[in-house]
Design a protein around this ligand. Sequence first.
Ligand code: PFF
Length: 454
Amino acid sequence: MKGKKEQFSNRFAVIAAMAGSAIGLGNIWRFPYMVGENGGGAFVIVYLICSVFLALPCFFSEAILGRHSGTGIMGIVKSKFPEGKLNFLGVLCILSPVLILSFYSIVGGWSLEYLVKAIAGDFNSMSETESVRVFNDYSSSVWRPILTHFVFLTTTAVVVSLGVKKGIEKFNKIIMPVLFVLMVLIVVFSMSLPGAEAGLSYILKPDFSKIDADVICDALGQSFFSLSLGMGTILVYSTFMKKSESIIGSGVLTVVFDTAFAILAGLAIMPAVFSAGIGPSSGPGLVYETLPYIFSSMGTVSPTVGYLVPLLFFLAVLMAALTSEISMFEVIYEYLRYDRLYSKKKAILTVFLIGFLIGIPCSMSFGVLKGFTLWGLTLFDLADFTTSNFLMFIGSLLFCMIVGWKMKKEEVYMEITNNGEKKFAKLIFKPLYLWIRYVLPFGIIIIFLTNLFV
Ligand code: PFF
């Protein structure tokens, strides 16, 4: 192994990095809409149950595996299955961060573009049609989104190249608290708008009649994506975790912060959407078409508010996307640097180039390649669909099977309880271990098959 691995300085650094990976576009543009459409508070309860019983044990598995082995995905697969028959699974697990890195960077680039627009005051008195046109013109053009993709990915590469302590840790420790403060400010503002109550009840009012098998599957998929599971990000970040840090505590806090941020995002967006009398939506349409229009109409109330709110909002989107992108970059970098033994420079450059090149056709699928589809999906949608519906679950299944069946029970115990020191972890160890070994794999297989066939 070339070079010695660094470690996160303390607990705050661990949580900031893990929450930084978890909190991203998924929280901002998918969660609020999913909640509103699928039963409000009732969906939040289902989401939390899914997080506690399936996502959290998967999180623990990744963290146990990462900290115990000190290596990334491929290193683990090679050491646990030395005959090499399962190396392809390791490759599949690297493929998902490669794909997400590439298409996520396109959307990260959009938020950069929109931040620049907000700084320039471009959202002043924009009509709804104009807002849609501006987004279509920009996202379907060839060069501009590729330029913002380039800048976004370069920033990510710079942070990763600074190393674990000076790059990833420092960046997340500054950005994450700022991100929460920004979101709270936008929530306060959004809730003060006339007619905001409709948005509030859209997010929070429980309607249990909406809960069915499909909704439960959606909630599960969202909780896995939102917690960045099955891609090796939590695994790789855990290799930087000191032996004295608590795995249980880190997992629980990451879920709490991730869910809290998703709800905050909902409370920031939906009251404003309802107040403007627009129907709620999700995805790019919500963030880059509907919201700029709503922000622009705020300018008629007060020009300062109309200027500041979009600026703060797109700054928040950009920060959230960057901290997630960094975690994916690190997984691939880790593989090249420590498994393939690339030099630091070569590894950073290779990850950058891979992400940049794969990102280009993804970006073009909003423009010149719009008509080019495979299995009915554009290249961007295909990358998103493959990772969120399949690769993510293959990774999670592999990680929990290795912890449950390939690691010694004693080793798992030592990791979870910090060598027998953590009282609560000791108390829950037995049921948790049995859960990871016998129940979790079936749970994941069932979701996987449901996604495949239903
Ligand atoms: N968790 C991020 C989000 O909710 O936007 C997305 C993500 C980051 C997925 C990192 C996977 C990953 F490895």
